[in-house]
Design a protein around this ligand. Structure first.
Ligand code: FES
Length: 314
C-alpha cells in the first residue's frame, strides 16, 4: 500500500487558543491533497527522529488545504516546541498520510466527548453528523475557557455543545452525559488518558462497540512478561527470532525489511501489519476489543506473540 508523502507549505498559522496553534497546510504547487474522512490524522515529519501525529480538523470537502492544531506541551518531547517556536508561515514541512483509526460510523445518534486538544478529530465529526441529519451532543472540557480551541466555530451548533472549562464547572459530568446507555447511539471520545479511562468505565454498561476512543498517549495496560518467539515474514521469506527485550518492529528492521512506522508506542497505527498465522499479544492503544479478538492485524511496534510463532504479511 502506497502512502502519500509530500512536502507541504504552512499557509497560515493562527492562534486557536492559549497554547494552541492552528496550521493550514497546502501543496506548494496547489495540487489536490488526498481525500480524508473525519477522525483521520497525518504524520508530520518535523526532523530526524521528530515525527508527530496530528488529527485533521478542517473541512474534508476542501481538497486543497489540511488543517491541524498543535498544543504547546512544555513537558513534551520536542514536537510541539518545534511547531510553536520555529515553524513559520511559508515554511515547508513533510507530511505523510492521512490514516484513520477513529472513523465515524453511521448512526442516528452520537454523544461526543472531547477534552482539550482532543477536540480536533471531533470537530469534523460534528459537521459530518450534522450533514447526515443525526442527533448529537458534544461535551467539551478544558482547563480554562481560553485554553479551549475552536469554541467560536462551535457556537453555531447552539446548545448541542456544552463547553465546560474545569476552572468554572469542575471535572466533566460524565455520569450525566453517559450514565444511561441509549439505543442506536455511538460515543466518540478523544482527550487526555484519564478522561478516556473514565469514559471507558462509564461505557462498560453500553452495548459492545458503542464507544470509540482515540488516544494520543499510550494506554496504561497490564502486559505479560516478554518472552522470545519466532516471526516468519511471509512475503520477504525471513524467519527471525524476536528476543524478549526487542520489539517485532526493531527485529524486522534489523533484518533489512522496510516497514512504515512512526510513534513506536502503539498509538498512531502506522505499523499495523496483517497476521497470517499465530495469536498476537496486543499491547497497543489503537485496536478495538473486536479487532483484538479477531487477531487479523497487530501493531508491531509494541505488540508481541501470545505463543511461540507468528506469521506476518511482510
Ligand atoms: S508505530 Fe505507531 S502504532 Fe506502531
Amino acid at each position: 500500500m502506497t502512502v502519500y508523502e509530500a512536502e507541504l507549505v504552512v499557509d497560515r498559522r493562527d492562534v486557536a487558543a492559549d497554547g494552541v496553534l492552528a496550521l493550514t497546510l497546502r501543496h506548494p504547487l496547489g495540487e489536490e491533497l488526498p481525500a480524508w474522512e473525519p477522525g483521520a490524522h497525518i504524520d508530520v515529519l518535523l526532523g530526524p527522529d521528530l515525527e508527530r501525529q496530528y488529527s485533521l480538523c478542517g473541512d474534508p470537502a476542501d481538497r486543497h488545504v489540511w488543517r491541524i492544531a498543535v498544543l504547546r506541551e512544555p513537558d513534551g518531547r520536542g514536537g510541539s516546541a518545534y511547531v510553536h517556536g520555529q515553524l513559520a508561515a511559508g515554511d515547508k514541512v513533510r507530511v505523510r498520510g492521512p490514516r484513520n483509526h477513529f472513523a465515524l460510523a453511521a448512526a442516528p445518534r452520537y454523544r461526543f466527548v472531547a477534552g482539550g486538544i482532543g477536540i480536533t478529530p471531533i470537530l469534523p465529526m460534528l459537521a459530518a453528523a450534522e450533514a447526515a441529519g443525526a442527533q448529537w451532543t458534544l461535551l467539551y472540557g478544558g482547563r480554562t475557557r481560553n485554553s479551549m480551541a475552536f469554541t467560536e466555530e462551535l457556537a453555531r451548533y447552539g446548545d448541542r455543545v456544552r463547553i465546560a472549562p474545569q476552572d468554572e464547572t469542575g471535572l466533566l459530568d460524565l455520569d450525566m452525559a453517559l450514565a444511561d446507555p441509549a439505543p442506536d447511539t455511538l460515543v466518540y471520545c478523544c482527550g487526555p488518558g484519564p478522561l478516556l479511562d473514565a469514559v471507558e468505565e462509564r461505557c462498560a454498561v453500553w452495548p459492545k462497540g458503542a464507544l470509540h476512543v482515540e488516544r494520543f498517549e499510550p494506554k496504561a495496560q497490564e502486559a505479560g512478561e516478554n518472552t522470545e518467539f519466532e516471526v516468519v515474514l511471509e512475503r520477504s521469506g525471513h524467519t527471525l527470532t524476536v528476543p524478549a527485550d526487542v520489539s517485532v518492529l526493531d527485529t524486522v528492521r534489523a533484518a533489512g525489511v522496510e516497514v512504515l512506522y512512526s510513534c513506536t508506542e502503539g498509538t498512531c497505527g502506522t505499523c499495523e501489519t496483517d497476521v497470517i498465522e499465530g495469536t498476537p499479544d496486543h499491547r497497543d492503544s489503537v485496536l478495538t476489543d473486536e479487532e483484538r479478538e479477531a487477531g487479523e492485524t497487530m501493531l508491531i511496534c509494541v505488540s508481541r506473540c501470545a505463543g511461540k510463532r507468528l506469521v506476518l504479511d511482510l
